[in-house]
Design a binder for this molecule. Structure first.
Ligand code: RB5
Length: 160
């Protein structure tokens, strides 16, 4: 049985741009709707701007999940995780790409185009898009604690 892929916000900086066209094609070929958040060429740009666009698309309800590409996957994941409701992970192995969704409700996959080649990236995207959060009690309990950290940070609880 196939799973509806929904709308996938796709963003990258110049470092991630070499993977973008192939990932876009994979999303659409698999029946998903790609929400292209740029960048659109190899000119040097700042990865937080594209993490922000993808995060805004998810938080604003224009996309269900996201994929972010930069050179390593690291900078863009750090930026994305600053946004409430975004749970981004850098996954360069298949297990993490689906287990991060199943256990942790990861909603943004981050990839480094300097780390993985196109075909590995496609496999990672397939693993991510094909996975669903299980909602099992222990995972829901842990996710609840993650969301509480986020809520406390938003309320300015830390450092008081
Ligand atoms: C850009 O050169 C590079 O720093 C960026 O794509 C990313 O790897 C940061 O984590």
């Amino acid at each position: 049985m196939s799973i509806a892929l929904g709308r996938i916000a796709l963003g990258c900086d110049h470092g991630g741009y070499p993977l973008k066209a192939r990932i876009l094609k994979e999303i659409e070929g698999a029946g998903g709707i790609a929400v292209d958040c740029g960048t659109h060429d190899t000119c040097s740009v700042d990865y937080p701007d594209f993490a922000r666009k993808v995060g805004e698309a998810i938080i604003g309800g224009q996309a269900d999940r996201g994929i972010l590409l930069c050179g390593s996957g690291v900078g863009i994941s750090i930026a994305a995780n600053k946004m409430p409701g975004i749970r981004a992970g850098v996954c360069h192995d298949i297990y993490s790409a689906h287990q991060g969704v199943e256990h942790d409700d990861m909603n943004v996959l981050c990839l480094g185009s300097r780390i993985v080649g196109e075909e590995v990236a496609v496999e990672l995207v397939r693993a991510f898009l094909g996975a669903r959060y299980t909602g099992e009690e222990r995972h829901a309990r842990r996710l609840g604690k993650v969301l509480q950290i986020e809520a406390d940070a938003m309320a300015g609880v830390f450092g008081k």
